[in-house]
Design a protein around this ligand. Sequence first.
Ligand SMILES: Nc1ncnc2c1ncn2[C@@H]1O[C@H](COP(=O)(O)OP(=O)(O)OP(=O)(O)O)[C@@H](O)[C@H]1O
Ligand SMILES: [Mg+2]
Length: 446
Amino acid sequence: MKKDKTELKAPILAKGTAAKAKQDNLFSRNIIAALDIGTSKVCCFIAEIKSHGTIEVIGIGHQASKGVKAGAIIDLKAAETAVAHAVESAELMARSQLQGQPIRSVFVNIPGIHTLSHQLTVGTRIQGEVTDRDIRQALQQSGTVAAPGKDELIHIIASGYAIDRQRGIEEPRGMAGQQLDVILNPVTALTASTRNIATVVHQNHLEVEAFCATPYAAGLAALVDDEMDLGCTVIDMGGGATSIGVFVEGKLIYSSAIPVGGQHVTSDIARGLITSLNDAERIKTLYGTAQASGMDDTAMIDVPPVGEEEHSQPNYVPKSMLGNIIQPRIEETFELVRAKLVDSGINQIAGRRVVLTGGASQLPGLCDIAQLILDKQIRLGRPHRIKGLAEATGGPAFSACAGLLHYAAEHADEIPVAPQAYGFSLPVPFAGELITKVTHWLKENW
Ligand SMILES: Nc1ncnc2c1ncn2[C@@H]1O[C@H](COP(=O)(O)OP(=O)(O)OP(=O)(O)O)[C@@H](O)[C@H]1O
Ligand SMILES: [Mg+2]
């Protein structure tokens, strides 16, 4: 049974004013926490941001996910329990740095499948040189730009400026012209998704510090600066979904997802070889390969038949059969990704570099198929800028969780609402429309 958080932490909790002083001390030490609620696993990282900006992970907790399907929470109680265990393990590991205090809030991912990215250009007339006031005025006009209604705004990224239609300006202040345009890339999320995730977090006596779209987080962790600047697509291949993020000139300009992931490969194997999902998962990670061709037809694998007694004889099937089952699903995945990029008109702008990450990117032969279908240069990526991750937790499955820490430490200016706003103890902002949120963000930031 899931315990109340105070009960859970009772032996190490200090009380009263001493506890408050300790907690304040904790936050003055820049301790942040990330929570990735995935289809296959729930993961919590607690980290300290050092004075020189390095992020050092001090607590890690992860465990098999429950109550989540294709990125969506389908059972609040089961998800709450999985989150409780992951957070508790991370807190336990970071116990001495946390000085016995529980964490109070987390940065949480929103599955790419529940997010939508937009592009807005807002403009204003300028007299002579661009001033702070001109920028403020241009941004405030975004309130007049039509945008979809009831979704929740989770990122507002100013991706560039143009003066008299000359694009690509990074710092417009002091430049001469008549018309200033600001290009914004807001990302919105399904309100139902943010609400359910906030409920799960809140039930664990935590607040949502901010939401971050999964492909954004994965990109922040797995891409190098040059890739982000020159144009790169990150593809986070998870259990229930494959998320897509496009970065150009250091900014996320597009995010999307398709509802196909590693679990689909596992169920294809289970159906094709008539075995259980658990055995199919084991067979996939042990012998799986994304390419059917070039496999030795004589190599056999043993497949326990589904529903039979433990002592019954396994079936022996050629290893090549496994490739024949997996390859079509992988091809379908990359074809769907390509269709997303082409249909959105982003494919050319995205450049020729693709980084594959996420747990399901670990199938041998994946890069070759991705290269053929996407016609881009492919590499595998994992979190690479964070200290304190062990071999087991530094792999591609942990990119999104690590990226949440980067988002918290380096992109706080893109968080559109006051941090505490997602706690239910405060007025709930979920009914707000994108326009209201943009205007709010602009007032706060400019
Ligand atoms: N060595 C491996 N080879 C192939 N697939 C693997 C391997 N290890 C893990 N996977 C697959 O990776 C998937 C889980 O990846 P990940 O942990 O990134 O998912 P998630 O974040 O929980 O899910 P999602 O992002 O879709 O909500 C599972 O389908 C699992 O079978
Ligand atoms: Mg994931």
